[in-house]
Design a protein around this ligand. Structure first.
Ligand code: THU
Length: 136
């Protein structure tokens, strides 16, 4: 488990180097490890119209789907940033992780100093928005 986590953190670090962050200069990386051993990486991609920025977590999960993988097959999902404590994902990304990831997936939050913490998505977003009631 420990080695698997450390390998995944290294993949997320590699993804972080790809970040496109001319505005914040804050690079974030994400990496998903699938049950078959495949890694899918994601980084944050900013835009001059700031609100259009895509966080690393969403880039990773959206491209995983676009590449034909099933996000429910993600065994471990890691996010890394240069923070004093393990990075704390934004609310939007927590909502997306909650919907797409398997409830048993291990979410690893890390920083560049080697600190990390593991969570289940349900711990990161309690009482999440889950269903739409359709008006008749
Ligand atoms: N960001 C992420 O990619 N993931 C997070 O969990 C937190 C924030 C990005 C968005 C923006 O490009 C930069 O970090 C500063 O907010």
């Amino acid at each position: 488990m420990e080695n698997k986590i450390l390998d995944l953190i290294n993949k997320a670090k590699e993804a972080r180097e790809r970040a496109y962050v001319p505005y914040s200069k804050f690079k974030v990386g994400a990496a998903a490890l699938l049950k078959d051993g495949t890694y899918v990486l994601g980084c944050n991609v900013e835009n001059v119209s700031y609100g259009l920025t895509n966080c690393a977590e969403r880039t990773c999960l959206f491209s995983l789907i676009a590449q034909g993988y099933n996000p429910k097959d993600v065994e471990m999902f890691c996010v890394i940033g240069s923070t004093s404590n393990p990075i704390s994902p934004c609310g939007a990304c927590r909502q997306v992780m909650d919907e797409l990831l398997n409830p048993n997936a291990v979410v690893v939050l890390a920083n560049l100093k080697g600190d990390y913490k593991t969570y289940k998505v349900s711990e990161l977003l309690p009482y999440t928005f889950k269903e739409i009631e359709h008006a008749e």
